[in-house]
Design a protein around this ligand. Structure first.
Ligand code: SAM
Length: 285
């Protein structure tokens, strides 16, 4: 189990810089959940968000459930999730994907955002089957490294070609320090995880769920610094090596011709390609 998200520094960067998810994603998941278990004019009972971080996804489901529980193995993630919580129906507690803290047949929807590629999946799936109600659903989603479109570059055609170059560079930076198993799950957009789902009905959506945001360069570097891979590589790096985030910052600014601008004045469109896997109709264990 990865423990890098235990550290205070990374969890604070995480809470500040990790994005929420697109409205279209939440709509797709709730559409699936409602088709399986119609609740006309009523909220569902219970959502369980596994590996909830500081609540990036949990809070987006608040209108649809009477009670929501976010669990994460990291005490610091849970501390920040509680600190930022403004919803009466959301609760957070420490817990792990391989031993879910809910009763048998009690949960309407289990979600896990940008995390299940780190779980011991066979154990997690048997726990999901245990806690889900008969008509309950599972939704697993994540995103590939975002593409960057530097709108700080005023010349349109120059910007177009820099967008491709910057996105490729950012992708390489995000991928190079990440372990092979995680890269495989993310590269395949969870196609391999669909195969493993213990459900009669399986859905895999890889288009039209993107989350597009206008960020400053500061936010892009902050996002990069919130990656587990960045912290692992910083821990392992020798004193002679540069800080990868600072190298990235300088490379992007040079390429965009904005070395003289403050990072907070450098605007970028950041597009997160989100993918989603859902299952319903429990197969017997
Ligand atoms: C990339 S973060 C995702 C956080 C949040 N769901 C989001 O969408 O941004 C991955 C999270 O998974 C948690 N985690 C990793 N393995 C876990 C496990 N086996 N059980 C519970 N949490 C786990 C980490 O502590 C971390 O907070």
């Amino acid at each position: 189990m990865i423990r890098v998200y235990e550290r205070k520094l990374i969890t604070e960067l995480y809470a500040r810089h990790r994005p929420a998810y697109s409205a279209q994603l939440i709509k797709s998941i709730m559409g699936f959940c409602n088709r399986n278990n119609p609740q006309i004019g009523k909220q569902h009972d219970l959502l369980l968000d596994v590996a909830c971080g500081s609540g990036q996804a949990t809070r987006q489901f608040a209108p649809y459930f009477k009670r929501l529980l976010g669990v994460d193995v990291s005490s610091n993630q849970i501390r920040l999730a509680k600190h930022h919580n403004t919803h009466d129906n959301i609760f957070y507690e420490e817990g792990c994907a391989e031993s879910l803290p809910e009763q048998d047949n009690s949960v309407d929807l289990v979600v896990s955002a940008t995390a299940c590629h780190r779980f011991q999946l066979d154990v997690f799936f048997s726990e999901v089957l245990r806690v889900l109600k008969l008509r309950g659903c599972l939704a697993l989603f994540a995103y590939q490294p975002p593409s960057l479109n530097p709108i700080c570059v005023s010349n349109h055609s120059v910007r177009e070609s820099l967008a491709k170059e910057s996105s490729d560079l950012f992708y390489e930076f995000c991928q190079v320090k990440t372990d092979a198993v995680t890269n495989h799950h993310i590269d395949s957009k969870y196609a391999d995880i669909v195969e493993m789902l213990p459900f009669k009905v399986k859905v895999h959506i890889t288009e039209n769920l993107n989350h597009t945001l206008e960020w400053k360069l500061d936010d892009v570097i902050g996002y990069y610094k919130s990656l587990a891979a960045y912290h692992e590589s910083m821990r392992l790096k020798s004193a002679k090596e540069n800080d990868f985030a600072e190298t990235l910052r300088t490379t992007l600014k040079k390429s965009w011709g904005v070395m003289n601008k403050a990072d907070k004045d450098v605007s970028v469109i950041v597009d997160f390609p989100i993918f989603l896997v859902m299952g319903s109709g429990k197969k017997s264990q």
